[in-house]
Design a protein around this ligand. Structure first.
Ligand code: HEM
Length: 81
């Protein structure tokens, strides 16, 4: 069973700044990537997706289409939409 909390899109959207936390969604899951922002290999570009879905950005930056990238993302999962 999945005991992670369910968040609304509105709650995700609110987490769009370092002081509030940086959340993103991907395939129906919610990730708090606040602690990853400073170590992102693509630098501050990650902030473009703050409070939003990763899909449109990752469609443009295909470097993310790798298993090890999804493994990193999975470590930050905090809930589902
Ligand atoms: C590179 C993770 C969001 C732009 C990478 C790499 C990882 C990563 C692990 C290195 C991949 C490799 O070289 O093997 C993530 C995660 C994200 C995220 C976990 C969200 C939580 C974004 C967004 C953008 C972006 C939203 C653009 C709007 C880039 C770019 C690179 C990159 C341009 C290439 C950097 C370089 O090699 O010079 N990202 N990324 N990333 N990312 Fe992201």
């Amino acid at each position: 069973t999945n005991s992670l909390p369910v968040y609304s899109q509105e709650e995700v959207t609110e987490h769009c700044a370092i002081e509030k936390g940086i959340w993103v969604t991907y395939k129906g899951s919610v990730y708090d990537v606040t602690d990853f922002v400073a170590i992102h290999p693509g630098g501050e570009k990650i902030l473009l997706a703050a409070g939003k879905a990763l899909e449109p950005f990752w469609a443009l930056y295909a470097v993310h289409e790798q298993e090890h990238v999804l493994e990193i993302l999975s470590q930050y999962k905090v809930g589902v939409l």
